[in-house]
Design a protein around this ligand. Structure first.
Ligand SMILES: [Fe+2]
Length: 310
């Protein structure tokens, strides 16, 4: 496995310098192209529309109608996404193709599935204002027990991105050890917060930002309308290298991370076939059994899918 600094030094080399909106040691940003965004939006908006339908809040029958979708979302406080695995698998495949073509999956072994399709409203939901883990407090995801070898990717898809966005903070190299060692809220951070500097990265639709798990960040909400984004984590280490007990962790299940299928995928069954096929091929019996069990537990047509797998 590549170390944290090795990954970040190499991962964005193939991206022309002029295409990088921000080029920090542990934070990078660039714009996705319009045709990529169109395909990604189609899948993500499809999920949001289905989710609006489930709660009877969808006003338009027109597919991928962004204006109608944002209108509907702005009537709600929050929305729970329906778990349509086929659409999530296609969305993931599109994201993988976009990252692969830029070379930024070099040194990456695992990806979170499903990714978060996030609708952020301009106001903090009343029940999370004081929640210590709420994302509007400055934090790094490491203090929420996410894997140490992970990094986070965020893509703004649409809506009022200039009112609700993520702020990242850069830091000198000397601060890395403290950031890697610390667990807990930033109010108790024992390194020096005075060393953190806000990254000058104005949010924009189509902007992709990647940042390491140690990077301090927070969500800023200026009270505007809803914003739609996608975020997901990648892992440098083998996502199956943990023992079976760790796989059953309730807080952050390690089963959340899958291998990366470099080929395009058109449905969830195809994703499962690749995953189980590779685990079998590598002789990873514990990983294979754990993944089969996950599929069985979380997929309505699991039996059919598993029959077609090795
Ligand atoms: Fe976070």
């Amino acid at each position: 496995m590549k170390s944290r600094s090795e990954y970040w030094e190499n991962a964005y080399r193939a991206v022309p310098e002029s295409a990088l909106l921000y080029d920090g040691p542990y934070i990078k940003s660039l714009m996705f192209e319009e045709d990529e965004l169109e395909g990604i939006r189609e899948e993500a908006y499809g999920i949001i529309e289905k989710s609006l339908e489930v709660v009877g809040a969808r006003s338009s029958t027109e597919p991928y109608d962004e204006a109608a979708l944002l209108h509907d979302l702005n009537q709600l406080d929050r929305i729970y996404m329906v778990r349509d695995w086929d659409v999530f698998a296609r969305l993931e495949s599109r994201l993988i193709q976009s990252m692969k073509k830029r070379g930024i999956l070099e040194g990456i072994s695992g990806m979170e599935f499903p990714m978060n399709i996030r609708v952020m409203h301009g106001k903090i939901p009343p029940d999370s204002v004081n929640f210590a883990l709420a994302s509007h407090h400055l934090h790094s995801d490491l203090w929420a027990d996410e894997p140490e070898d992970s990094l986070i990717n965020l893509l703004y898809l649409g809506g009022d991105v200039s009112s609700t966005y993520c702020e990242f903070y850069d830091f000198p190299q000397g601060e890395v050890a403290s950031l890697e060692a610390y667990r807990g809220p930033y109010s108790g951070y024992d390194g020096s917060q005075a060393n953190f500097t806000l990254v000058p990265l104005p949010p924009a639709v189509g902007q992709f930002a990647a940042f390491d798990i140690i990077v301090p960040h927070k969500t800023t909400r200026l009270g505007g309308a809803a914003r739609i984004s996608i975020d997901f984590r990648l892992r440098r280490d083998d996502p199956y290298c943990s023992d079976s007990e760790a796989w059953n962790r309730e807080h952050i299940p390690l089963s959340r991370y899958w291998l990366i299928n470099p080929d395009e995928v058109s449905c969830f069954a195809e994703k499962c076939r690749y995953e189980l096929g590779r685990l079998k091929q590598e002789g990873d019996e514990a990983g294979y059994e754990a993944r089969r069990a996950w599929i069985q537990e979380h997929t309505p047509d699991a039996e059919k899918i598993l029959r077609e797998c090795v």
